[in-house]
Each structure stands twice: as structure tokens, then as C-alpha cells.
Design a protein around this ligand. Structure first.
Ligand SMILES: [Cu+2]
Length: 200
């Protein structure tokens, strides 16, 4: 499943811009911001979401920071609470200096019920600080992001979603560098992948 999704990602993004030259890391933020996204960057997508504060949000705004990202829905009774807890655990495993730079992003499948206000309530319940971005999107935006990540989801008759359990690590250029699949283990590996990407 993952291989297929990544192939789809490559096929989708192969039409995009050229990979920017590997410049010096500290060359200049302005130059980096102006450079095109690489062919494998998730940030090539122009879909926009809405934050739990009601602000429009393009994924490219995450550029320059290592990212821990998952798709979820707030009324999930089992898997999603564990995914959020595991993202918190990954944060704790990051070395100081990198931990503060990382962004933690949750994007909801539940476009009807997870309004920005519902996401704001969830932020409060889970004690997610400003390092966390909670996003609501249209059906099309959610579908596109899920395809890029290789996340499968389906709404059941009771309104709940069955879904893949995936935590994705993006490097500062928005490229997928690691995915933790399932609900157990792999937290050290995810944290190590993020830390390595942040140092490059
Ligand atoms: Cu869930």
C-alpha cells in the first residue's frame, strides 16, 4: 500500500519544478523561501486548509521546519488518541534545539464535524500548545493530502472513519522522509529521522 502511494506521489509530482540546488543551509532564509519546492515536496500542492483559529493555511507555510504530521478525527475512540499521544512522545524524544523547531500537524478526515471550533476544543482537551497546527479542510483537500501521504480512509455508516494509522515525518523541504505505520513502536526511529533531517 505504501509503495503504491509513494509511486502515486512521485507520479503526481514529477511534473513539478526542478530540485533546487543544494545551497548552504544558512545561505539565507529569503533565498530559500523564494526557491522552488523540490519535485518530491508535499508543499507543491496548492490545497489550503483552515486552522482551528479560523485562518487559511497552506502546507508550504511549514517550510523550513521538520514536521510530524498525521491525519485523524477528533471523535475517534481508539486509534487517533494514541496517534496524538505518540506524536507527543516523539516530541519528548527530540534533542533540545530541534524539539523547539519541529512542527506538529493534525489534519482531520471529518470535514463535517471537525470544524475549526471543534478542533480548537480538541486542542484544549489534549493540551496542545502553539507548536501544534490543527487543520480543517474541504473534502477535496483532505482527499488530496491523504493520497499524497498514502493514508486510506473511509467513513462508516455511524459517521466514524476507518483509516490507516500513519505518522509522517517531513524534512524542512516538505519531503516525506519517514513514516511510522500502525499503532505500536517506532517512536525512536521517527524521532531519529526527524532529528537527522533537521541537522542537514
Ligand atoms: Cu482514529
Amino acid at each position: 500500500m505504501k509503495t503504491t502511494a509513494l509511486f502515486l506521489l512521485c507520479a503526481t509530482l514529477a511534473l513539478g519544478a526542478e530540485t533546487p540546488p543544494a545551497g548552504k543551509k544558512d545561505a539565507c532564509c529569503a533565498a530559500m523561501a523564494a526557491a522552488p519546492f523540490s519535485a518530491a515536496s508535499l508543499y507543491q500542492t496548492d490545497v489550503t486548509f483552515t486552522t482551528d483559529a479560523g485562518q487559511p493555511f497552506a502546507l508550504g507555510a511549514l517550510r523550513g521546519r521538520p514536521v510530524v504530521l498525521a491525519m485523524f478525527f477528533t471523535s475517534c475512540g481508539y486509534a487517533c488518541p494514541l496517534i496524538v499521544s505518540d506524536m507527543q512522545a516523539i516530541r519528548e524524544k527530540l534533542p533540545a534545539g530541534i524539539r523547539e523547531r519541529a512542527a506538529f500537524v493534525l489534519v482531520s478526515f471529518d470535514t463535517a464535524r471537525d470544524t475549526p471550533a471543534a478542533l480548537a476544543a480538541y486542542r484544549g482537551q489534549r493540551g496542545l500548545d502553539a507548536q501544534w497546527t490543527l487543520l480543517h479542510g474541504s473534502n477535496d483537500a483532505v482527499r488530496e493530502l491523504a493520497a499524497l501521504l498514502g493514508v486510506k480512509y473511509k467513513q462508516e455508516a455511524d459517521g466514524a472513519f476507518s483509516h490507516s494509522n500513519l505518522i509522517t515525518i517531513l524534512n524542512p523541504q516538505g519531503e516525506i522522509i519517514h513514516q511510522r505505520t500502525g499503532l505500536q513502536g517506532g517512536l525512536d526511529e521517527a524521532a531519529a529521522a526527524l532529528a537527522a533531517a533537521a541537522r542537514n
